[in-house]
Design a protein around this ligand. Structure first.
Ligand SMILES: [Cu+2]
Length: 176
């Protein structure tokens, strides 16, 4: 009897140990993220990474911006984006239609409560239409993001190489 109690104690200790280990690892990941300077800006409950786009050939008139938005609070919506570098800036998503991936404009994009909105190649993105100058690797340009609840955030976007990022290549998708 006494032996059994001792055994279950050991088990509980082992479980407790593995639980706190998992917890510790999650905290470590979070710290690593913060140490990297994961956010270019924070506003209210939002933490926003540096918006980025791929370099485009000088003949291209469109580009796409990607950014990650972490929301520590209640549900919010990205409702608009502005950038002087383009005549028109729209919020887009990708949809499958007739076996093709097509881009489609959306009114707003949810930033889920306690979650992350990921604008990424092949998914939601900010479309830059009518580029006033080519997006060259290494250049930076100002961008403003408007949120329904959190207000507007000014950021500086950076242009990365033409093959930056993972997933589907944006330039290969049919544009509405
Ligand atoms: Cu688009």
């Amino acid at each position: 009897m006494g032996k059994n109690i001792a055994k279950s104690f050991v088990l509980a200790a082992a479980l407790g140990c593995s639980l706190s280990l998992t917890h510790g690892m999650a905290a470590e990941v979070h710290l690593a993220e913060a140490a990297k300077g994961a956010y270019a800006a924070t506003q209210g409950n939002l933490g926003i990474t540096t918006p980025w786009s791929r370099a485009v050939p000088p003949t291209a008139h469109t580009g796409a911006l990607f950014v990650s938005i972490r929301n520590q609070g209640a549900q919010d919506f990205l409702v608009a984006a502005h950038a002087e570098i383009a005549d028109t800036v729209e919020l887009h998503t990708h949809v499958h239609a007739d076996g093709l991936m097509k881009m489609q404009q959306v009114e707003q994009v949810e930033v889920p409560a306690g979650g992350t909105l990921e604008l990424a190649p092949g998914s939601y993105h900010i479309m830059l239409i009518g580029l006033r100058e080519p997006l060259r690797e290494g250049m930076r340009f100002p961008v403003r993001l408007d949120f329904a609840a959190s207000g507007s955030v000014e950021l500086e976007a950076e242009v990365r190489s033409m093959d930056a990022g993972t997933g589907a290549e944006h330039s290969q998708h049919a544009h509405h």
